[in-house]
Design a protein around this ligand. Structure first.
Ligand code: GDP
Ligand code: MG
Length: 275
């Protein structure tokens, strides 16, 4: 054995610079309560057609966004559940609306709807149009729609399809009937200056929707670094507190020959498709 080997000392612990996001986060009571509420999210059902969604007057919060905008990640982060919505490996493969309930199991208070991502470049034009139609129909038909959470990639800002979607709901947003929260996702990828610019650009777009009656907000968000999670949770709690107590809903009968079995099992099939 050589001298060198015998005397080799264990290397000292390396100094790892503290990541920026490890700053102590002050979580407000509202954020805690909001996160507690969002944590109650439970999968209810998937629908490929609007007509398959439950009827009734349950207030609904729709999560929408371009494919790959970070929608599934945002839902999982806000619900603090690792696999509630499935991050898509094949973006935008099918067009499913996944519905979750929020609130106590025995007395749900709201639906959380995970809508199909749109505008994925690699997808055939025909299919894209189908999605856009699903989206437009959804926004048109779901009268108990209470709020829309729109995920926008903070690096890209609003895309034409995001603007189209907002145009569908513009009227109801302006009257305050539908509330709007924009999450500028993946903000961990931005410098401070870029983050400020992204926020300002979004605020400028949203200014068109702001009235005395509207409830429109925007926040930088990152599932990866947990940025904006508290803001979003506070906002969603405020929505819950403003919701009317309408909890009636009926699940439609499953169409013949289309997976009439336990809905929980269907959750597995959604994996690649929540796009
Ligand atoms: N850097 C970063 N990447 C993210 C974040 N959220 C999601 N992603 C990534 O973006 C891609 C799309 O995310 P996903 O949640 O599936 O988006 P969806 O298609 O809108 O549901 C995945 O590769 C994620 O890992 C984030 O906060 N920061
Ligand atoms: Mg997804």
């Amino acid at each position: 054995m050589t001298e060198a080997k015998r005397t080799r000392k264990p290397s000292p612990p390396r100094a790892v610079p503290a990541p920026v996001y490890k700053k102590p986060v002050v979580v407000s009571d509202e954020a805690k309560e909001g996160l507690g509420w969002l944590h109650t999210a439970r999968f209810l059902t998937s629908a490929s057609k609007i007509s398959q969604l439950p009827a009734g007057d349950m207030p609904e919060i729709a999560f929408v966004g371009r494919s790959n905008a970070g929608k599934s990640s945002a839902i999982n982060t806000l619900a603090q559940q690792r696999q509630l919505a499935f991050a898509s490996k094949t973006p935008g493969r099918t067009q499913l609306i996944n519905l979750f309930t929020l609130g106590p199991r025995e007395a749900p208070q709201a639906f959380l709807a995970d809508l199909p991502g749109y505008g994925y470049a690699a997808v055939a034009r025909g299919k894209k149009l189908v999605w856009q139609k699903v989206m437009a129909d959804y926004l048109e038909v779901r009268r108990a729609l209470f709020g829309v959470v729109l995920m926008v990639d903070s690096r890209h800002g609003f895309t034409p399809l995001d603007l189209q979607l907002m145009a569908f709901i513009a009227q109801r947003v302006k009257t305050g009937e539908v509330k709007l929260l924009v999450l500028l996702t993946k903000s961990d990828k931005l410098s401070k200056t870029e983050a400020r610019q992204a926020t300002e650009a979004a605020q400028q777009v949203l200014a068109d929707f702001v009235t005395d009656d509207s409830d429109v907000s925007v926040t930088l968000f990152s599932s990866l670094r947990r940025l904006g999670v508290e803001d979003a949770a506070e906002q969603l709690l405020a929505w819950r507190k403003a919701m009317p107590e309408r909890v009636h809903f009926e699940l439609p009968p499953m169409p013949e020959g289309e997976g009439g079995e336990a809905v929980e099992d269907d959750a597995e099939d959604v994996e690649d498709d929540a796009g």
